[in-house]
Design a protein around this ligand. Structure first.
Ligand SMILES: *Cc1c(COP(=O)(O)O)cnc(C)c1O
Length: 383
């Protein structure tokens, strides 16, 4: 028997209340009982999205909502900007390609954040650009984008701003309305502390105008159908009933906690993690634009990052994430998002230290833990 610690950027651990809600008997979805749940879930999501606009719950992983954004907003031969600074930015480009949409790719060096000025330059040069696809937290590198500044830019043009906030929403700030985000997509298995299976998508007034003229083929992810259904508190197809019941539980907990507390907790966990890595003599992969969602750390010279991840997981039961694509073996990633708390972070650092020692990395045992502890001590309320 062994206790498992999940410190990955999705899925994240589940609160006991969620596990309990997931075990409830199934109910039928076209009933007043489920309608009340769907209504509460939708309202609760608007609080997290910080929007007065529409938010829809889709039955898919997060990528389903990304696809919904592309097919509902654009038509073949349209042009869109995609910001590519990691694996998830690339997904926007690939999705556009799948539907015959031309992309002006802004390639950003992995580990850096996009310059909003570069987006403005492209929008100015090509007035036909219909959408700008960005990522709140590029989970593959740990970089956070300045969505507020990007929103200010895009708002001046005809193009709609689409943000992949699959990792990040409900963990760090994203003001959908105030930052002029037209479509924000997220998923259940990261900041929302649920199993995978739900995707969320917000739609602004400007986005509805784009949807009205878009001709891309779509059926399951047709947002017009979702909008029509929700007017009578319904969904076009069978929703993931159990997950939505659990979502209501989570949203209640998050509201009680308040966005401010949630963001603050993530900020403290992230800075403790970063402090620990620095104290251990390890280098952050994205020091200038590090998110409070996930921290990417360079593996020390001569030590394979994959080996660190594997040993932590298979020998000690602590699961962190490795590097993706070109970063495979070169970085490891610590998530501090969702139902993760200070003592989980400390457990993760203790385990990392032990594995680094076993793999021959030279440092003084406890250095990372001490640095993290100092951050926590200075940021927790006095007794
Ligand atoms: C996890 C993640 C996704 C992918 O979501 P799925 O639920 O696996 O479809 C997309 N974008 C970002 C930024 C993510 O972190």
């Amino acid at each position: 028997m062994r206790k498992n610690y999940l410190l990955t950027p999705g899925p994240t651990p589940l609160p006991p209340e969620v596990c309990q809600a997931l075990g409830k008997p199934i109910i039928h979805h076209r009933t007043p009982q489920f309608q009340a749940i769907l209504k509460e879930a939708t309202e609760g999501l608007k609080y997290i999205f910080q929007t007065q606009g529409d938010v829809f719950i889709l039955t898919s992983s997060g990528t389903g909502a990304m696809e919904a954004a592309v097919v509902n907003l654009l038509s073949a031969q349209d042009t869109a900007i995609t910001v590519q600074g990691g694996k998830f930015g690339e997904r926007w480009t690939e999705l556009c390609a799948a539907y015959g949409i031309h992309t002006e790719v802004i390639n950003v060096e992995w580990g850096k954040a996009v310059d909003p000025g570069e987006i403005e330059k492209r929008l100015k040069a090509n007035p036909n650009i219909k959408a700008v696809f960005t990522t709140l937290c590029e989970t593959s590198t740990g970089v956070v984008s300045d969505i507020e500044a990007i929103g200010e830019v895009v708002n001046k043009y005809k193009a709609v701003l689409v943000v992949d906030a699959i990792s990040g929403l409900g963990a760090i700030d994203l003001k959908t309305d105030a930052w002029c985000v037209d479509v924000c997509v997220s998923g259940s298995q990261k900041g929302f502390m649920l199993p995978p299976g739900l995707a969320f998508i917000s739609v602004s007034k400007k986005a509805w105008e784009a949807i009205a003229v878009s001709k891309s083929p779509r059926y399951y992810f047709d947002l017009k159908a979702a909008k029509k259904a929700i007017q009578s508190v319904d969904t076009p197809f069978t929703p993931a009933i159990s997950l939505i019941i659990a979502l209501v539980e989570v949203l209640k907990m998050m509201k009680q906690d308040s966005l401010e507390n949630i963001f603050n907790r993530h900020r403290v966990m992230a800075s403790a993690t970063r402090a620990a890595m620095k104290a251990l003599g390890l280098e952050l992969f994205a020091p200038a634009a590090a998110s409070d969602v996930v921290t990417a750390v360079k593996a020390p010279a001569g030590i394979d990052g994959e080996k660190i991840v594997k040993t932590m997981r298979d020998v000690y039961g602590v699961t962190i994430a490795g590097g993706q694509a070109e970063l495979k073996g070169k970085v490891f990633r610590f998530a501090h998002m969702g139902f993760i708390e200070e003592f989980d972070i400390l457990a993760g650092i203790v385990c990392l230290e032990r594995v680094l020692k076993k793999l021959g990395y030279s440092f003084e045992l406890g250095t990372g833990v001490r640095a993290a502890e100092e951050v926590f001590l200075n940021n927790t309320p006095r007794l």
